[in-house]
Design a binder for this molecule. Sequence first.
Ligand code: ZN
Length: 307
Amino acid sequence: MVTLAAFAQLSPAASSTPWLLSPQRSDALAASALANRGILVAIRRNFRQNDFMEKIGLRGFRRRVLAFFVLITAFAFAFIGLAAAGPGIEKIPAAGGDIQLHPINHASFILEWNGKTIFVDPVGGAEKFKGTPTLILVTDIHGDHLNAGTLKAVARENTIIIAPEAVASQLPAELKSQVTVMANGERKEVQGISIEALPMYNLTPDRLKYHSKGRGNGYVLTLGGKRVYISGDTEDIPEMRALKNIDLAFVCMNLPYTMTVEQAASAVKEFKPKIVYPYHFRGSDTEKFKQLVGNASGVEVRLLKWY
Ligand SMILES: [Zn+2]
């Protein structure tokens, strides 16, 4: 799609370039249609036939200069195409470009912003995840958040993995060198993104066995001026209720591991994120959550397909 947009700029409809008139528009559009599947093939064909260049009246040095830039652009977009996860199903305007969200499943999702691709709790196999992560956040040790096989398959040499110590100590040796350990309360700047690690834990006596305070991390990311809260597995802890200026919040709600929709709605109405995405909610009534948060709270509940 990006490549299509780039080629569209060559078309008369999208620019005032006088040397490319309507008969050539079909050439440019044909090349762009092929671009996502076989951009180099399409360009090579155009160059071999020389039709495109003859028609637009470029010869000699100017032709070679244009050819050079077209090829460089093709390579650049081919590379971006490999690195990016594609258009997100949610796009939140932010400085430096939209924050794009791809829900994957349960606790796993991808955020993209300004050339950075962030995988959150990637589990379930690499085939579920498009794109190449620059950053991976892991919240906790349980199988719905940490899967060494998926991590090994999706991480690249320069991917930075942010995780609590309990997670880091379970990672295979080949990933340990790229882990940055963060404890609850720590803050770091990574790839132009501010990351704060928050506690996540149970409060209810019969659920304490699931998540003890200090082991896992929730996170607050600041990217492009937007603050994004990722709850991890938690109940409505005071640290969540005390959050300020959250633009996007991913809040868990399921029993017996985390909290009820009533607890989640009560907390959300207190810390008032601008938008909340229920996630990690298998078996819970998210419509009820939405109803409990209500319209008067000033919080927008966005229900997405996570399962
Ligand atoms: Zn979980």
